[in-house]
Design a protein around this ligand. Structure first.
Ligand code: FNR
Length: 344
């Protein structure tokens, strides 16, 4: 097995080993205010939302994870079965492995084979050229592209990149020339208002803030290291909640999406109430397909739909857009962050 395939297997194994059922993404620091008259029925709720210009029946998606080895091909197959049965958008993991080694292309193509009519996104790191991005889209017959920005992960990864000087330029080139919509995402370290502004300035319209609190790639890469470990970086970054608060300061010039530590319908509704237009889950979907299999995961997703409808009804909100007008109470820690960062 080559180094890329090996790394992909290790990421999946370590993510699952480090999985925790409770999010540390600050969602517990955000509370809803209960009002006793919803003034609507559950049938009034529409969960539809727009993602990369495509109408989705549910406001959450399977976020970029894997591919590049035999084992991850099987996981992609199971995730794609869930995506197909539930009408979820699904992103692949970084297609970089297949660009370097065409022998592993089938571990990505399986996503399209299982779900020929679904909405599928390819995924690559920000150091890739427009030519590679086009190849990745071709391999998956993808409807859109995720570009991940992961400087913190690369620096802890023993074999990771060390030069990030061209990332914004490469992103600008890809967004302008790829021909399919592009989403730029973090990988669980969150984003600041400044980062989001820089992305908007190079033409990015779809931004997944992917904050801390769920899968922790500093911890995953530390576990792969054989020399010293970067323990301090395991607490690096902004939670998903703080990242959404940061995004709120940028005045809706882009479509904001959320991921990082989202595990329950309650987390999903909170992220949507904080301004996300849709919500991505990685570690939670991995945990469910690996432990429960695709059939049971599909059942769970169906119960999530009912639960989201129930919570939205209690909040008196009929649409994902309306959720952004929800009354929220913030823990002091979050207010302190806003004060220090001059966010209203
Ligand atoms: C990831 N993630 C990821 N992201 C990306 O853009 N490209 C990738 O190849 C991968 N690979 C990957 C592997 C595994 C096993 C996991 C669990 C995750 C990061 C992912 O999309 C997401 O940003 C973070 O995991 C935070 O979300 P969760 O896992 O807390 O829901």
């Amino acid at each position: 097995m080559n180094i890329d395939s090996n790394r992909k297997d290790e990421h999946v194994e370590l993510a699952e080993k480090q999985y925790q059922s409770h999010s540390k993404s600050d969602f517990q620091k955000v509370r809803f205010v209960h009002h006793s008259f919803p003034q609507m029925a559950t049938d009034d709720v529409s969960l539809e939302t727009d993602l990369l210009g495509q109408q989705m029946p549910l406001p959450f998606y399977i976020n970029g994870m894997t591919g590049g080895s035999e084992k991850t091909k099987e996981i992609n197959q199971q995730l794609a079965e869930v995506a197909k049965a539930c009408g979820l958008v699904m992103a692949s993991g970084s297609v970089s492995a297949a660009i370097k080694n065409p022998e592993v292309e089938d571990s990505f193509r399986i996503i399209r084979e299982v779900n020929p009519n679904g909405i599928v996104l390819a995924n690559l790191g920000a150091h890739h050229t427009i030519e590679n991005a086009k190849k990745a889209v071709d391999i998956l017959e993808a409807d859109g592209m995720q570009i991940h920005i992961n400087a913190a992960q690369e620096l802890v990864m023993p074999e990771g990149d060390r030069d990030f000087s061209m990332w914004l330029k490469q992103i600008e080139d890809i967004v302008a020339n790829l021909g399919v919509p592009v989403m730029v995402k973090e990988v669980g370290f969150g984003m600041s208002q400044e980062t989001i502004r820089q992305l908007i300035n190079v033409g990015v319209q779809w931004i997944d803030v992917s904050g801390t609190g769920g899968t922790n790639f500093a911890a995953i890469e530390n576990a792969r290291r054989t020399t010293f470990s970067f323990d301090d970086l395991e607490n690096w970054g902004q939670s998903t909640v703080l990242s959404l608060i940061e995004a709120g300061g940028v005045n809706k010039q882009a479509h904001i999406l959320a991921s990082g530590g989202i595990k329950t319908p309650y987390d999903i509704v909170k992220a949507l109430s904080l301004g996300a237009e849709a919500v991505g889950l990685s570690g939670q979907f991995l945990h469910m397909v690996v432990n429960d299999g695709p059939e049971k995961t599909i059942e769970t997703v169906r119960t999530w739909k009912e639960k989201i409808i129930a919570i939205m009804t209690l909040l008196g909100k009929k649409t994902i857009k309306e959720l952004q007008q929800t009354d929220l109470i913030f823990h002091r820690d979050l207010i302190d962050w806003c004060d220090m960062r001059s966010i209203d």
